[in-house]
Design a protein around this ligand. Structure first.
Ligand code: S3P
Length: 441
């Protein structure tokens, strides 16, 4: 796919449902007895793979049309043994949460994924799951494909998560659901808290205590979860793309309505405002216990690079690729530290962005857990190169956003991965006036 600069971006961008919340709604629906109804589910490939996995574990999952889904769950500890390999495609969230959810039930399952997922570290999840009594057999380095035999007599666990990871935290909490007694998870820095909020919504006893800047979460095992009606908010991580595009394309004015601004997710928007972005929160309100606003983003010629506070990293971890594109269009350096986790996402996101930005005329420095983008100012990026997307949706979309503001077109070698999280990216961006085309089309 190739993106070219053209006129301003204008209009309203209705971005799809939140990916993190969509996975959790399907999994918790499958773990409660009775019917959970979900509206606004993200129908991206990652979430569809989780829906298929929940069916393989015995839940009845039905697409009712128009983003409405119904899940008839089997209850905590009620998973059936799948009769096939569970293929989670590209989704780290899917596989890690599902492994957690099955680890304390007496079933055995084998997991696999695409080339990206099969290269990602799983020991961070299977190490704590082994403490519950689960047995794991995987490839060298704790990689998929991997077989998990759930614990027949699970014991609760007290676990400190060694890396800032909501997926690890969530896997432990979901495993704790079917262990008797209290499972305790400690995290040094807070990460997205959708699992905790949703578990409480389904009726589990779960408490979070803030301690030394982090959190201690205590879950009481073996609750009876009550099915819920869940309205999935729109995804701030998807909103990031039209918002950032509007900030760097001359003359743009874009409204992105109904975006969840849970503080564990909204770090990008704070950072953009710190850089001088013309980004407003309109119609700020609460929905389903979450802060929500309409985002209005306008062309911002005066953006300046900043040092992003490392303590903010977890709340914007998926947004660094597109932030680096905005940083390329700002004056001066943008310094991003404490972001080693970017190297184990769907791709090594520091390496992928640094290579593509350099090929398009932007200077980037990088180390193991930091990188610096030297901005060229508004309208200053040469462009002209095609970048590798490395099976990573956010890398592909970030470079296409860059192409909308660069002198020459910017391409990506594979736009396919965009469908994992943002299946309507192309028509949505076209509706704003963006020139993004499939090569040969
Ligand atoms: C997610 C957590 C984050 C994030 C991912 C979604 C989640 O991963 O990068 O896209 O839904 O829990 P980590 O938990 O590995 O940081």
């Amino acid at each position: 796919m190739t993106a070219r600069s053209g006129g301003p971006l204008t209009g309203t961008a209705q971005v799809p449902g939140d990916k993190s919340i969509s996975h959790r709604a399907l999994i918790l629906g499958a773990l409660s007895v009775g019917e959970t109804r979900i509206t606004g589910l993200l129908e991206g490939q990652d979430v569809l793979d989780t829906a298929r996995a929940m069916r393989a574990f015995g839940a009845e999952v039905t697409d009712m049309g128009g983003g409405a889904w119904s899940v008839h769950g089997v209850g905590v500890g009620g998973f059936a043994e799948p009769d096939r390999v569970i293929d989670c495609g590209n989704s780290g969230t899917g596989v890690r949460l599902i492994m957690g959810a099955m680890a304390t039930s007496p079933v055995t399952a084998t997991f696999t994924g695409d080339a990206s997922l099969n290269a990602r570290p799983m020991a961070r999840v299977t190490d704590p799951l082994a403490l519950f009594g689960a047995q794991v057999l995987g490839r060298a380095g704790g990689r998929l494909p991997m077989t998990l035999r759930g614990a027949a007599a699970p014991v609760p666990v007290d676990y400190t998560v060694p890396v800032p990871s909501a997926q690890v935290k969530s896997a432990v909490l979901l495993a704790g659901l079917n262990a008797p007694g209290q499972t305790v998870v400690t995290e040094a820095e807070p990460t997205r808290d959708h699992t905790e909020r949703m578990l409480a919504g389904f009726g589990a006893r779960i408490e979070t205590e803030e301690r030394d800047g982090g959190c201690v979460i205590t879950l009481t095992g073996q609750p009876e979860l009550t099915p819920q009606q869940i309205a999935v908010p729109r995804d701030p991580s998807s909103a990031a793309f039209p918002v950032c595009a509007a900030l760097i394309v001359e003359g743009s004015d874009v409204l992105v309505p109904n975006i969840g601004l849970n503080p564990t997710r909204a770090g990008l928007f704070t950072t953009l405002r710190d850089m001088g972005a013309n980004l407003d929160y309109e119609n700020t309100r609460e929905e389903g216990g979450e802060p929500v606003a309409d985002l209005r983003a306008r062309f911002s010629p005066g953006l300046t690079g900043i040092e992003v506070p490392p303590a903010r990293a977890a709340s914007m971890i998926d947004e660094y690729p597109v932030l680096s594109v905005v940083a390329a269009c700002a004056e001066g350096p943008t310094v991003m530290r404490g972001v080693g986790e970017l190297r184990v996402k769907e791709s090594d996101r520091i390496a992928a962005m640094a290579a593509g930005l350099r090929a398009n005329g932007v200077e980037v420095e990088e180390g193991e857990d930091w990188w610096i983008v030297h901005g060229r100012g508004a309208g200053g990026v040469p462009g002209g190169a095609t970048c590798a997307s490395h099976l990573d949706h956010r890398i592909a979309m970030s470079f296409l956003v860059l192409g909308l503001a660069a002198w020459r077109p910017v391409g990506v070698d594979d736009g396919g991965p965009i469908a994992t999280s943002f299946p309507v990216f192309e028509p949505l961006m076209a509706g704003l006036g963006a020139d993004i085309r499939r090569d040969g089309a």
